[in-house]
Design a protein around this ligand. Structure first.
Ligand SMILES: Cc1cc2nc3c(=O)[nH]c(=O)nc-3n(C[C@H](O)[C@H](O)[C@H](O)COP(=O)(O)OP(=O)(O)OC[C@H]3O[C@@H](n4cnc5c(N)ncnc54)[C@H](O)[C@@H]3O)c2cc1C
Length: 395
């Protein structure tokens, strides 16, 4: 996006990437349906960025959801709003959008250099040339200005391995450690539960998270049992406070409501119906509709087959699951942490290294899934591109 802004202003841009092709994570994002942005109202949209809202607000106002949809339209890609408000390309895919975009960039004055791994500067920046490891050996490039958009540390096999943190830190740039965001968690499942239910989704459940001072966060949706824990949309949505709690205290407890549409009283009444010769699971299914992984989870958490209808109903409404560890950032959808906004000016230029700008996930912000990640990446890219133009003009 930074390259596009600069090329549109008539500047020649050289784009370097360590991988044999660009946009690998973007293409992966398109695999499950490219969620480009979100159509909710401005206030709700901005609130998803939590404490990062402050540094991001003005640039998200410049390239927010509507502008991003218009940009995609300009590339011949129509978008639609899904039932949850998420915005996708009409065909859900990333490849046609990326293809059209790269074509337009190449028609402009953007030259792509693949298999060029940026190693840092030869000497002390600013002024020192950039150093790249390439198949032809090391290259030094003198740039009029540089935009770094090196990503976070999730899915390093796609190119973003976070190795740039050491390079920037060595040059005195404040960097918050890269941590898992939108990630799964470990749970100590029993062998029986793990073998039977790994990969099973828990659909239409609510998770409640209680904070230290009694405040609760509640989300409804679905998540997946993995062989070592839990992952999926509902877990990702709560992953920031869960991660923070685990880092503070070593564990985090979520309460799962397995039957959010039924009150505890109704469940207790239904469960109190005579069981006859039915098994515990059969009785549970007949009276509450719970079965499969939901019954399995109840059994896993309750130490014995609870027969008291009231107590069983309470457990169904608030089944505690203890999360004991955060999955590594390499497996996460995105990373928190990165270049501290205090190290940057309004144009996203490094205060300590004039002429070097940063954009995308490598900046210290985080957001849930829902199109918020790509939107902020695009918006910071645009701001960095404009920042370069501004710097050329005013210094
Ligand atoms: C499975 C998955 C699904 C996702 N789905 C969505 C979604 O639907 N919607 C959404 O909003 N977000 C989604 N995301 C997140 C989104 O893809 C990322 O936030 C976004 O791609 C980050 O963009 P970026 O340009 O900052 O970094 P990246 O896309 O990671 O790109 C950084 C680039 O820098 C290159 N690079 C890194 N270090 C060097 C170096 N030293 N030298 C040279 N090149 C280097 C890398 O090769 C890479 O090409 C998803 C992520 C994953 C993993």
């Amino acid at each position: 996006m930074a390259a596009e802004v600069l090329a549109s202003a008539g500047r020649a841009v050289d784009l370097y990437d360590a991988m044999p092709s660009v946009g690998r994570k973007f293409l992966l994002a398109g695999k499950g349906g490219l969620n480009l942005t979100h159509a909710e109202a401005r206030e709700a949209f901005l609130s998803r960025y939590g404490s990062s809202r402050v540094p991001l607000e003005s640039l998200l106002d410049e390239l927010g959801p509507s502008a991003l949809r218009a940009w995609a339209h300009g590339l011949g890609i129509e978008t639609f709003v899904g039932t949850s408000g998420r915005v996708f390309p009409a065909d859900m895919k990333a490849a046609p959008l990326l293809r059209a975009w790269l074509h337009r960039l190449r028609q402009g004055r953007v030259t792509f250099h693949m298999r060029h791994r940026w190693l840092g500067w030869h000497g002390v920046p600013p002024g020192a040339p950039l150093v790249f490891a390439t198949p032809e050996g090391e290259k030094r490039i003198q740039a009029a200005a540089t935009v770094l958009a090196l990503g976070g540390a999730s899915w390093p096999q796609l190119g973003s391995d976070g190795s740039w943190t050491a390079t920037l830190a060595a040059n005195g740039i404040a960097i918050a450690p890269l941590r898992s965001a939108n990630c799964g968690f470990d749970v100590r499942w029993s062998e029986t539960f793990r073998t039977r239910y790994a990969g099973h989704p828990l659909k239409n459940v609510t998770i409640v998270l209680r904070g230290d001072s009694g405040e609760t966060t509640q989300r409804r949706g679905e998540f997946i049992v993995t062989s070592g824990g839990v992952e999926g949309g509902l877990i990702y949505a709560l992953s920031a406070p869960l991660r923070d709690a685990i880092e503070r205290t070593g564990e985090a407890v979520i309460e799962v409501d397995l039957a959010p549409d039924r009150s505890v009283d109704r469940l207790a009444n239904d469960l109190a119906r005579p069981r006859g010769s039915s098994s515990w699971s059969r009785h549970l299914e007949r009276t509450t509709g719970l079965r499969g992984v939901k019954t399995g989870l109840l059994r896993e958490v309750l130490t014995s087959r609870e027969v008291d209808a009231g107590r069983l109903a309470t457990s169904i409404k608030a089944l505690p699951i203890t999360l004991v560890a955060v999955r590594p950032v390499a497996e996460a959808i995105s990373s928190a942490g990165g270049v501290d906004f205090k190290a940057l000016d309004e144009r996203l230029m490094l205060k300590a290294v004039p002429g070097v700008f940063c954009a995308g996930e490598m900046l210290d912000w985080e957001a849930p899934t829902g199109g918020y990640l790509l939107t902020a990446c695009f918006a910071t890219g645009r701001r960095a591109g404009q920042g370069v133009l501004d710097w050329f003009e005013k210094g």
